[in-house]
Ligand binder design. Structure first.
Ligand SMILES: [Zn+2]
Length: 454
């Protein structure tokens, strides 16, 4: 059994050292760069030290600056303490700050642009509008004033000109989610530039999406499960963990489910950070009822319909991996004829309309099948299915890496896909036992909105 990490019980110095290590390990800061702070309930500010290895900070390295200005700890506080102090003074509602130089957001900062978070409804919800602070020398009071101006306007995330980003909020975990989501938003936008014009959601679309969630399923009276189900719960945690390691999932978004039998299934919960998930957090859905005292993923209704309409699908993974989402935000259909593996395992990967997410439509469940295991939902997410969780995950990995190859190679020239004749040979060699002809037959239903193909 995997137990959830109890982040809420951590002392500020433990939480800061944990998060800065995580940021470093995921390539979002350098050994010397970045700083994190927490303001506790006494008004004391806990902050990372200056000039120390961010990949190896211990709780005992974290500095406490008391509300009377007294500094406690073995090092000097971060040289960027002045702007942390300025933000906390301006915004009594904020209790944590992350500053770093993550590569995609630095790309925006050095061309002096702001990423548009309306590319994905969920990103918009987490990050909001993004502010922009003009350049000033690092560590200066002047920089503090420029950043403070932006937080005073109500932004919780700010691009720092020719420098990086600063993100704030209530609770360090939420701030980390915002920081990570904003970097992935920037990554997706940069990658999408290889494909064409990006399409953002309108405010009306975002509001309608927020309001359309079907009612929460009723609770079941009591819970019981077998050892077989325990294994499935552990598998879901394992897949989630792998998705993080492979940069296929962010902390604040991503759902994995597995069928138990008939329409009953297990699914990841809402409002629990994916990377701290334990087997007891997974939610059982049986006969349309949810496990007592747990809130399943917001996408539960969609997973339920996919299982109901597709008896051959036993697992679903839904995420926002940046290379595939570049196709999703430009409404571009990805051609899976990149390499034999990609065609054999995917055969087709339609990009369907954001409007298909409405519970009033059946487009998504009907677009998926054993032979058409994945799809991209414009401005929302990607879905991959399989007979097993590992198969669904493998398909996601294959698709994301193929998308990455197309986008990385775009500077060399447009992809030359495997030809019809070569596909025919692949079919004979690898799919000859398949009773049903797996060749994707384009139909208006599966194509969704008309878009370009790359
Ligand atoms: Zn900096």
């Amino acid at each position: 059994m995997k137990e959830r990490m109890n982040m809420g019980s951590l002392h500020p110095d433990e939480l800061i050292s944990f998060i800065i290590k995580r940021i470093y390990q995921t390539g979002l800061t350098t050994t010397s760069g970045g700083n994190i702070s927490i303001r506790d309930e006494h008004g004391d500010i806990w902050i990372t030290p200056a000039a120390t290895d961010k990949g190896n900070l211990q709780p005992s390295d974290i500095i406490c600056i008391k509300s009377d200005g007294k500094i406690i700890g073995p090092h000097k506080p971060s040289s960027e303490y002045p702007f942390h102090k300025a933000i906390y003074k301006t915004r009594p509602d904020l209790t944590a700050i992350i500053h770093a130089h993550p590569p995609a957001l630095v790309s925006f900062s050095i061309v002096r642009q702001i990423p548009d978070t309306k590319i994905i409804a969920n990103t918009r919800k987490i990050c909001g509008d993004v502010g922009y602070a003009e350049y000033e020398i690092p560590g200066s009071e002047a920089l503090g004033m420029k950043i403070d101006e932006q937080f005073r306007k109500g932004f919780n995330a700010v691009i720092m000109e020719n420098h990086g980003t600063v993100v704030s909020g209530t609770g360090l975990i939420d701030v980390y989610h915002r920081f990570e989501a904003l970097e992935y938003c920037a990554r997706t936008i940069l990658l999408s530039k290889n494909l064409g014009d990006m399409r953002c959601l309108t405010d009306d679309q975002i509001t309608a999406f927020e309001n359309q969630t079907p009612e929460l399923m009723p609770e079941m009276d009591s819970l019981s499960y077998s050892s077989n189900e325990s294994e499935k719960r552990a598998s879901i945690c394992e897949i989630i963990n792998r998705a993080f390691c492979q940069e296929l999932m962010i902390s604040a978004y991503g759902t994995v489910s597995m069928r138990l039998h008939d329409d009953n299934f297990l699914i990841t919960p809402a409002n629990v950070e994916n990377w701290s998930l334990g087997t007891d957090d997974i939610v059982q859905i049986k006969s349309g009822k949810r496990e007592p005292h747990k809130i399943p993923s917001k996408s539960s209704w969609l997973h339920q319909r996919i299982y109901r309409d597709n008896p051959g699908i036993n697992s679903i993974i839904q995420t926002q991996s940046p290379n595939l989402m570049a196709f999703g935000v430009t409404n571009t259909k990805m051609n899976v004829r990149t390499i034999p593996e990609s065609w054999i395992f995917l055969q087709d990967l339609p990009t369907i309309s954001f409007d298909a997410l409405s519970p009033a439509t059946t487009t998504i469940p009907q677009s998926l099948s054993i032979d058409n295991p994945g799809l991209i939902i414009s401005n929302d997410s990607v879905i991959f299915t399989g007979e097993t969780a590992l198969q669904a995950f493998d398909r996601l990995e294959i698709a994301e890496l193929s998308a990455k190859s197309i986008l990385m190679g775009a500077c060399l020239g447009k992809m030359i896909p495997i030809s019809d004749e070569e596909v025919s040979d692949l079919r004979k060699a690898f799919l000859k036992d398949t009773a049903k002809d797996p060749t994707p037959v384009p139909s208006p239903k599966r194509e969704g909105r008309k878009g370009s193909e790359y």
